[in-house]
Design a protein around this ligand. Sequence first.
Ligand code: PMP
Length: 396
Amino acid sequence: AMAVGSEEIRVSETSGSLPTSIDSVINLDHGDPTMYEKFWREAGDAARLIIPGSQTMSYFSDVTNLCWFLEPEFAAEIRRLHRLVGNAVADKDSYIIVGTGSSQLFQAALYALSTSPEVAGRGGAWPLPVVASAPYYSSYPAATDLLQSGLFRWAGDAVTFKDGREPYIEVVCSPSNPDGFLKTESVASGNGMVIHDLAYYWPQYTAITNPADHDIMLFTASKCTGHAGMRLGWAIVRDRDVARRMIKFIEISTIGVSKDSQLRATKILKTVSDRYEVETTEESAKLFHFGRKTMRDRWRRLQAAVAASNVFSLPIFQPDYCNFMKETTLPFPAFAWLKCEHADIEDCESFLRQKYKILTRGGMHFGADAKHVRVSMLDRDGTFDMFIERLSSIEL
Ligand code: PMP
């Protein structure tokens, strides 16, 4: 009864707080990316932005662009960053659409795909099923069914989804929230329309093996630079009509996207890319190097704590060559998909919460079992340190 708010956020009195004492609640329920505050604090003035009162007043950004509320400088920095990192094809003939978080773009994509004129011709019946292979991000079912739309309806695990002959929508989140593995479409049928959620396809979390090149790709500042509060995401879309309908969704729901946020995001992305273009930049001042080093250190400590316990286990990952980092690397996912291996513990989320005041997200939210929990790896250093300390004290 402590948590209120939406499926993903579940705001509670400990959300965003720092545990200060040995018996504080440690809240690792949401993926709040406060780990990155340290990096941006050190960046200081380099990423500061001042907006005069007379600026960003109009609804419009660029009426010559299909996405008329997209700031052109922001689009340019997005394309530049993808070119630098090599994680997605974002050339000039793809459409970039900005959204209030990638959360809005997910809904825009559902709207755009389910209203495709081809659906009826291909024997589709509304509401179109929306599936994802389990374990899937807990917001997908929540966001899909929030308005009980006549256009689309959550249909659960893609792996057990049977009637794959009629049009349906599959969301592929790779690397996956919650378990960190790379994913591809799982329903082997030509009638699937796929939304690729690439929120975590950045070098701090996984090897960048090739530039992703899909029909609809979603990205977010939240997990790339850590600016979740800016509420900015972007979609890279191949098809003009799909792009047009996604833009219409945003036009009708929020008449565009905050220009202040877009200007700030432009500055943030520019700071990231600029630093990679200057040879003398120290590694600690390079965002992906900072992120990767922090994540690697955290995963090593978590793995050591789990190995020393007789209670938990973690997924086993394979290394891959990262074209951006120019080295072979293991994944360091933004979440740990922790499993309680102990026979006496059926509900790992309750066990950690009731006995140890560690708040996590139980497996049931992701279409999985209660033996699993999802733990955020992106909190501040102090919180993570306390988490490891407390986890290490668990003995059964
Ligand atoms: N997709 C995935 C897989 C996520 O984990 C998140 C954030 N938790 C989002 C989308 C939404 O991100 P935002 O709305 O902050 O851009």
